[in-house]
Design a protein around this ligand. Structure first.
Ligand code: NDP
Ligand code: DXP
Ligand code: MN
Length: 384
């Protein structure tokens, strides 16, 4: 039996993780659950999976949860950043699945690694903002098992002998909902259109990231940390079918690809069951039904990709700025305060204001994150 702490349990990845856990009932036991503000769903999850501790975003939500679960005397209810860290380092947990949103995933990821847990990492922003700290906190081989579909694919392709001959990592991108939209129409696209991903059912934030292609930009930085490769060894290919989840190219010119249905439960199940590969009931791929096509990325149409490459090249504190400006921009876009095409504009302007710092510690990361958010909000106020 493996004991799990699941952070972000009420989100898209969190809910799919609980489906996987439910399927492998004899293999997993949930000991900790962390959510944000969706107390009613967390309550249902607690009743079904019976964790020993649970965490929510703030005291008010913790109180609401406590009042709704009076019969569960043994359940410990926590709140806030410290609460998530306690869930991440909970002594009984073997695996911590981090699927919280944005930079909120960084502290729990570090806490889990420091407590020697295996981390099934879905949250890419933790590596984008705190990659150097995460690398330092790793205590054992394969302590991080990537859940992000592309990185799970690359992890599966990169066996020891291939690692020695790796020429390039090729990250595939669906292109998002606006891959074929006329560029002049992009300023008028709505949040409803932006979160309608053509292949994956995901949370709102990552769906907008896929629409701007910032998701692929964040994934480049994620891959640099996970697989210890330079920017020159990472390439992006648009692959609208989302069947090939990524490729590696080896020194002899051979390319190895990872194919599978576009269903995150596969990557989640792989990480939780690793190193075993156990069957999860899904409709098998029928390659005769869908031609596989590939295109180069269009940097002009999707300036977020260029910004992410720039920030990865600069490194240090710049990806923290990229991430914070992006998080603020997406929230504003979803609230219809700014246009879709303002997202890269805002990020570019905020990045220009920043003087990069080479080495960042945790305190500096959160200071820069806070300052960037303030600047980004000011930019929006001036603009709107
Ligand atoms: N969805 C997907 O298919 C994929 C997602 N990922 C990554 O996984 C992560 C989660 O994505 P996804 O599941 O789509 O996101 P969702 O928005 O669906 O879920 C986010 C989860 O995090 C919680 N949460 C939000 N803000 C905070 C906070 N400040 N502190 C603590 N918890 C918080 C939410 O709680 P609540 O709802 O209760 O408020 C929810 O449980 C992201 O980093 C994303 O990039 C990577 C690959 C694929
Ligand atoms: C499922 C997953 O891993 C997402 O990150 C996915 O890659 C998003 O699709 P895009 O390729 O459109 O960014
Ligand atoms: Mn991905």
């Amino acid at each position: 039996m493996k004991y799990l702490s699941i952070l972000g349990s009420t989100g898209s990845i969190g809910k799919q993780t609980l489906e996987v856990v439910n399927h492998f009932k004899d293999r997993f036991k949930v000991v900790a659950l962390g959510a944000g503000q969706n107390v009613s769903l967390l309550k249902q999850q607690i009743i079904k999976f019976k964790p020993e501790i649970a965490c929510v975003l703030d005291k008010k939500n913790a109180q609401i949860l406590k009042e709704g679960l009076t019969a569960l005397n043994n359940l410990k209810i926590l709140y806030g950043p410290e609460g998530y860290e306690i869930c991440a380092s909970y002594p009984k947990a073997d695996i911590v699945l981090v699927a919280m949103l944005g930079i909120s995933g960084l502290r729990p990821t570090l806490a889990a690694l420091e407590a020697n847990k295996t981390v099934a990492l879905a949250n890419k922003e933790a590596l984008v903002t705190g990659g150097s700290l995460i690398k330092k906190a790793i205590k054992k081989k394969n302590q991080i098992l990537p859940v992000d579909s592309e990185h799970s694919a690359i992890f599966q392709l990169l066996c020891e002998e291939n690692k020695n001959y790796l020429k390039r990592i090729i990250l595939t991108a669906s292109g998002g909902p606006f891959w074929e939209t006329d560029p002049s129409d992009l300023s008028n696209v709505t949040p409803e259109q932006a979160i309608k991903h053509p292949r994956w059912a995901m949370g709102a934030k990552i769906s907008v990231d896929s629409a701007t292609l910032m998701n692929k930009g964040l994934e480049i930085i994620e891959a640099m940390w996970l697989f210890e490769v330079g920017l020159d060894k990472i390439k992006i290919l648009i692959h609208p079918q989302s069947i090939v989840h990524s490729l590696i190219e080896l020194e002899d010119g051979v390319m190895l690809a990872h194919l599978g249905p576009a269903d995150m439960r596969l990557a989640i199940s792989y990480a939780l069951n690793y190193p075993q590969r156990l069957s999860f009931p899904l409709k098998p791929l029928d390659l005769t039904k869908m031609p596989l096509t590939f295109f180069p990325p269009d940097f002009k149409r999707f300036p977020c990709l260029t910004l992410a490459f720039e920030s990865a090249k600069i490194g240090g504190s710049m990806p923290v700025v990229l991430n914070a400006a992006n998080e603020v921009a997406i929230k504003a876009f979803l609230k219809k305060q700014i246009k879709f095409t303002d997202i890269p504009l805002l990020i570019e302007n905020i990045m220009k204001l920043h003087t990069p710092i080479k080495e960042v510690d945790l305190e500096t990361i959160f200071t820069i994150d806070r300052q960037t958010r303030e600047k980004a909000k000011e930019w929006i106020k001036k603009y709107t």
